[in-house]
Design a protein around this ligand. Structure first.
Ligand SMILES: Cc1cc2nc3c(=O)[nH]c(=O)nc-3n(C[C@H](O)[C@H](O)[C@H](O)COP(=O)(O)OP(=O)(O)OC[C@H]3O[C@@H](n4cnc5c(N)ncnc54)[C@H](O)[C@@H]3O)c2cc1C
Length: 305
């Protein structure tokens, strides 16, 4: 089996994205060594559709599984978005992973929270990781904004069971001292007159996420990190060159029995198929997909599902 990875080292988001303080990377090294010993060949710095044509893989292999994750970040189209100091969370987080493991940052300008007031826009896991990373870099303050209303302290079991209960949760990074504010919409990034930024302009929203008249306010910020989720996998390059079909949300279309895409011998699993999700789902889909591919290649399989 061959595993192609765009980055310098194997491991996906676990390696480049999830901060080292949350998951130490020697755990990935250990698993990669185990998989190599089992016969997997890893090809790193192989960006399919960019520096390796996807057709090479189609020509060479009997089955291909697309597991490139859901990497297209949701943007914030407001005046000032283009200013220096407004960055996607992943650009900030990946750089810190590289810094910790003494990898080159290439030609990218350094993104650091040191000595800055930081605003993180987006209240999920990625936002939390930006908070913890900013504090470790020496941020003066970190404010996290969420457009949704503040959830209740206790869930209403009658309304939510058996689904994941909606209630106020505090991640370990948030507990390190972030100021959290809810039902807030960012309307403008305020320039500092030197190409950078000095703050953001916001407004409070109602339960229909509509701005409430007269509630405008400003927050001081020299660094704004956008962590508002991911819309779907990157279509340009590998996926568009293949011409694979997408589902209505823009993920690669494949079912959860055969994991087959719209194209012959091409499968998909994990975030690239289901959208941005969790590690446990990626593991489950990877296993089920391995079962399906083994059956496709051999006509039968002993692999568990
Ligand atoms: C910042 C952050 C924090 C998170 N924290 C948690 C958490 O605490 N707990 C949790 O359960 N989940 C968390 N998640 C979600 C979790 O990381 C993902 O659901 C999971 O990693 C998905 O696994 P995957 O294998 O499908 O894709 P990924 O882990 O995204 O791996 C996809 C890999 O494919 C590579 N790739 C993409 N396109 C190409 C190409 N064209 N050529 C070659 N390689 C390519 C990418 O470089 C990447 O390495 C977090 C996500 C983010 C962004």
């Amino acid at each position: 089996m061959h595993l192609y990875e765009r980055q310098a080292k194997a491991g996906g988001l676990l390696r480049y994205g999830i901060p080292d303080f949350k998951m130490e990377k020697h755990l990935i090294d250990r698993r990669v060594a185990q998989m190599e010993a089992e016969g997997v060949t890893f090809h790193t710095n192989a960006h399919i559709g960019v520096n390796v044509p996807v057709q090479n893989l189609v020509d060479e292999f009997d089955a291909i599984v697309l597991t490139g994750g859901s990497e297209k970040p949701r943007d914030l189209p407001v005046p000032g978005r283009e200013l220096d100091g407004v960055h996607f969370a992943m650009d900030f987080l990946r750089q810190q992973n590289k810094r910790v493991s003494n990898e080159s940052l290439g030609n990218a300008p350094e993104l650091l929270a040191s000595g800055k007031h930081v605003v993180v826009i987006g209240g999920g896991d990625t936002g939390s990781d930006c908070i913890g990373t900013s504090f470790r870099q020496g941020a003066l303050s970190v404010t996290q904004l969420e457009i949704m209303p503040q959830p209740p302290e206790k869930e209403n079991k009658l309304l939510t069971w058996p689904n994941w209960p909606l209630k106020m949760r505090t991640s370990s990074s948030q507990a390190e001292g972030a100021v959290r504010d809810f039902a807030v919409l960012t309307t403008r990034i305020i320039p500092n007159g030197k190409g950078g930024i000095r703050g953001i302009e916001c407004v409070r929203v109602d339960d229909k996420m509509q701005p409430i008249e007269g509630t405008q306010f400003e927050i001081k910020a020299e660094l704004v990190l956008l962590a508002m989720g991911f819309v779907n996998p990157v279509h340009e390059g590998m996926l568009s060159d293949l011409g694979v079909e997408f589902d209505p949300r823009g993920n690669v279309k494949a079912d959860v029995v055969q994991y087959k895409s719209s194209l012959p011998k091409i499968f998909s699993a994990g975030d690239m198929r289901r959208g941005q999700s969790l590690v446990v789902w990626a593991i489950r889909e990877g296993r089920q997909c391995a079962h399906a591919v083994d059956k496709f290649l051999m006509g039968r399989t002993d692999l568990p599902r």
